[in-house]
Design a protein around this ligand. Sequence first.
Ligand code: GDP
Ligand code: IMO
Ligand code: MG
Length: 423
Amino acid sequence: MPATIIMGGQWGDEGKGKLTDALAGSASMVVRANGGSNAGHTVKTDKGVFKLHLIPSGILNDDVDCVIGAGVVVDLPTLAEELRDLANRGIDISRLRISDRAHLVLPYHAQLDRLEEQRREGEEIGTTLRGNGPAYADKVARHGIRMCDLLDDAILRRKLAIEVDSKNAIFANVFHAPEVDFMELYNELNELAEGIRPLITPTEVVVQDALADGANILIECAQGAMLDIDYGTYPYVTSSSPTAAGACQGAGVAPPQVTRVLGVYKAYSTRVGAGPMVTELNDETGELIRQRGNEYGTTTGRPRRTGWFDGVAARQSGRLNGVTEVALTLVDVLDTFENVNVCTGYHLSGAELHHVPAQLDNLVGATPEWATLPGWNQDTTELRSFNDLPENAQAYIGVIEEQIGAPVKYVGVGPAREQLLSR
Ligand code: GDP
Ligand code: IMO
Ligand code: MG
């Protein structure tokens, strides 16, 4: 009955998709737990590069069942497009199931996301503008439309009419923006729902049955722990819980059923959107990392902010999530550096900080305490065994293990399947 959680330990884009694809080879089910089409998970296989937003990255392994769990918010056009693309590329999509409890992201959520960002003027969060925040807000406020509502036309009509009315009051009176046309939205939704209805089911039952049968299941999180709504850099966070606890909740798995928490971290830091990033490099080194790591958002194409590895954030996410093992990805990106830095603490007004404070104003002016290590100046992309990694790279990995507080079990030296070294 063991379940493994695969979660991001930083600000997202750590390579969760790649690790999920790799570990799915020895699992029979992959469940996506949280987030929506704000996520972009890239997987490189012999069939090419796949960019998945909603469908679990296990789908690229034949014979692995895939589940979109109750904690996910689903944008139907994105889902339909993803299913079409996978089918066109010869992937069997009949293995996908969607939780009847998952909430829908509707066009009015994306519109609200955009309007709210505009209103924040100068204090934008830098969201992906996919409507995720407003959809989760509706869920918590008990205004959500769920996948199960698509299964009954009378219920869908009634609930949607109420929500459209209340959203139109906001559009008209708060934002002075165009209102939503109920019939247009209802028809569009019905059309999109047609191919998706057969996939909707109580997935918590499917997942629990699989666990009872002794299946190995993977829980794939979106985003990263530093974007968590509770323990991230609020308000510069996403609106769900990309944590180990959130993974259980979103997938329908009980905490004692989890035997492994794999924290995926990249060998440096990146962040898309606004919010503090103490180790950020606004210089040539940062640009070099961006170019070598191809650090442009999978979902929005935005250049990602780059910096050295932040041990303070990593320790926080390692501890709060009970990370039992680490996958350190994109190590090859650092192959050409003379020296590499790891931030081991923040200096602020003469004191040293070892956790990220709740009040971000209390982080302004913080500077990193660096551990500087010699680089390895050697191409690692052709290496296929952990022991072949240059000594200096192994020493660097050792420092990162100390920071996170868990052993590194996988090392990424490139985007392809074979460029993942197991230790
Ligand atoms: P996710 O959101 O956590 O799944 O990560 P993304 O897919 O958004 O971003 C990770 C990017 O790094 C993708 O383009 C991957 O193909 C790529 N990638 C993953 N692991 C490695 C690695 O070890 N080295 C290199 N160079 N690229 C990697
Ligand atoms: P994956 O799963 C990186 C960031 C956005 C923004 C903040 C809030 O690919 O790692 P939202 O649209 O969620 O309301 O935006 O969260 N963000 C991500 N950053 N990777 C992601 O997903 C992200 N999903 C959201 O850039 O800063
Ligand atoms: Mg991503």
